[in-house]
Ligand binder design. Structure first.
Ligand SMILES: Cc1cc2nc3c(=O)[nH]c(=O)nc-3n(C[C@H](O)[C@H](O)[C@H](O)COP(=O)(O)OP(=O)(O)OC[C@H]3O[C@@H](n4cnc5c(N)ncnc54)[C@H](O)[C@@H]3O)c2cc1C
Length: 435
């Protein structure tokens, strides 16, 4: 038994409706789990991980039920920056230290496969989600710029990835119309999309392949065993396998998983629409952008020409009282000429990060699998997680076990967990400012 009925679900720290929900293409009718069901695989969590796992499993002939506590896309998958980023949240050099050079080469390839799979799925299922190519890593100081150039060399020499272009200070305006950056790295292999419409497209495909999705059906108790049983307040599902895909929204349902990620809050806004010339001035190549700070700024222009701008990573709970002002100030620091733009949507969401910033895939028991802790790089890597889980249940665990073999340290628990993380964050923010 993994948890009891006293579990309280984590409510998303939603400030207003997200821009994504306001511009979502399809609202499917919602069914709640009632009574008892039997299936091959029960997936807990209707985000990109859970829905991708369900789709891949259904394609392999498994019967699948997805249980989502709220609505599909309620978690990070419907709230993120929509940025598709090459690699992982930590440098490949760090990954080499953890898994060795040869395995790091496979992990790099899997990262590329994850991005290719996003495009494959969009094409295969005709998903309208405003996919754009192009990414820009921005340096706010010389130390960061040197580091970006080293990363580009590393990606090229060891992983054969030659697409990036180093960008000097006087070339930045060709990518980002700002004086805030001392240079950067352009990566045509990254990009952006409307994450909720992408997720809804995957959900449609999954349901088309026979997956049953139950919403407003929070799992409150899990019985482990040869045939795991999950309970909601109104029903239960018996299955051969269980996939836990609740990530940073899973709360304490599975304590061993909760200890392996820290839940960080990030804040996002979408401005009023920009005039065509202003949008071109801000992001001439329409790339997605992120700076290299610890509490980073990330932004892009949406298909309807809004600046979708996210910032910050907050370990402490709750929202800053002055969130609107904070976001407006960050936008103005990068784009002084956009200071007049009203912020029409402001929202926030939880990111699950691991200690080493490598995603945490593994098994909680012989029949229970999980994937979490994409550390802010989940838009593409979640699809890979779903695919590798399906491969594993179909009998080939080779690629999944490259990840599951990685040791994930626990964050220090108890009442000291948050203060320690806040202190660490304050230190890194100071380092970013000092360059
Ligand atoms: C503000 C923000 C910005 C981000 N920006 C980017 C970005 O630009 N690029 C990028 O690559 N990544 C980004 N990320 C990270 C990315 O969004 C996540 O890695 C990814 O969406 C994780 O997907 P998931 O399916 O694992 O989890 P989620 O999308 O969080 O889904 C988990 C689901 O499980 C459900 N759930 C939880 N507990 C239960 C339960 N007991 N019973 C039933 N259901 C349950 C939740 O309601 C939720 O819908 C960002 C995240 C945030 C929050």
């Amino acid at each position: 038994m993994l948890a009891g009925n006293d579990l309280t679900m984590l409510k998303a720290p939603s400030v207003t409706e997200t821009y994504y929900h306001a511009t979502a293409h399809s609202a499917t009718t919602s069914k709640r789990l009632q009574g008892e069901c039997v299936t091959d695989v029960c997936v807990v969590g209707g985000g990109l991980t859970g829905i991708s796992a369900a789709l891949n499993l259904a394609e392999r002939g498994f019967s699948v039920i997805v249980l989502e506590a709220e609505r599909v896309g309620h978690g990070a998958s419907g709230r993120n920056g929509g940025q598709i980023v090459s690699g992982y949240s930590c440098d490949m050099a760090r990954i080499r230290e953890v898994v060795g050079t040869e395995a790091s080469k496979i992990l790099w390839k899997l990262g590329r496969e994850a991005i290719n799979d996003v495009d494959r799925r969009i094409e295969q299922h005709a998903i309208c989600c405003d996919r754009r190519h192009g990414y820009f890593f921005a340096a706010t100081n010389q130390r960061q710029l040197n580091n970006l150039y080293e990363i580009a060399e590393d990606w090229s020499k060891l992983y054969g990835y030659d697409m990036t272009v180093p960008v000097a200070r006087d070339e930045v305006s060709a990518y980002v119309g700002t004086e805030a950056y001392v240079g950067g790295l352009s990566d045509p292999g990254g990009g952006h999309l409307h994450p909720l419409n992408y997720l809804f497209g995957l959900r449609r495909a999954a349901e088309g392949a026979g997956v049953l999705v139950f919403e407003n059906s929070p799992v409150i108790q899990i019985q482990e065993g040869d045939r795991p049983v999950v309970h909601t307040s109104k029903g239960l599902v018996r299955s051969r396998f269980l996939v836990l895909a609740g990530n940073a929204y899973l709360g304490s349902l599975v304590p061993i998983l909760a200890r392996r990620i820290a839940r960080v809050t990030s804040f996002v806004s979408a401005t009023a629409q920009l005039a065509i010339e202003l949008a071109r001035r801000a992001l001439p190549t329409n790339a997605a952008v992120a700076d290299c700070n610890t509490a980073l700024d990330y932004f892009r222009i949406s298909a309807d020409r809004r600046l979708v701008f996210g910032t910050g990573a907050k370990y402490s709970s709750g929202e800053p009282a002055n969130l609107r002002r904070l976001l407006a100030r960050r936008i103005t620091q990068v784009f002084p000429y956009l200071a007049h733009l009203p912020l029409e949507y402001i929202w926030s969401g939880y990111i699950g990060i691991t200690v080493n910033r490598i995603p945490d895939f593994g098994r909680v028991g012989p029949t229970i699998y999980h994937a979490q802790g994409f550390s802010g790089h989940g838009v593409a890597l979640t699809g890979l997680a779903g695919k590798l889980i399906a491969e594993t249940l179909a009998g080939d665990a080779g690629r999944f076990d490259l990840f599951s073999g990685i040791n994930h340290r626990q964050f220090p628990g108890g009442p000291f967990r948050t203060p320690a993380l806040i202190l660490a964050m304050a230190y890194y923010k100071l380092r970013d400012r000092l360059g």
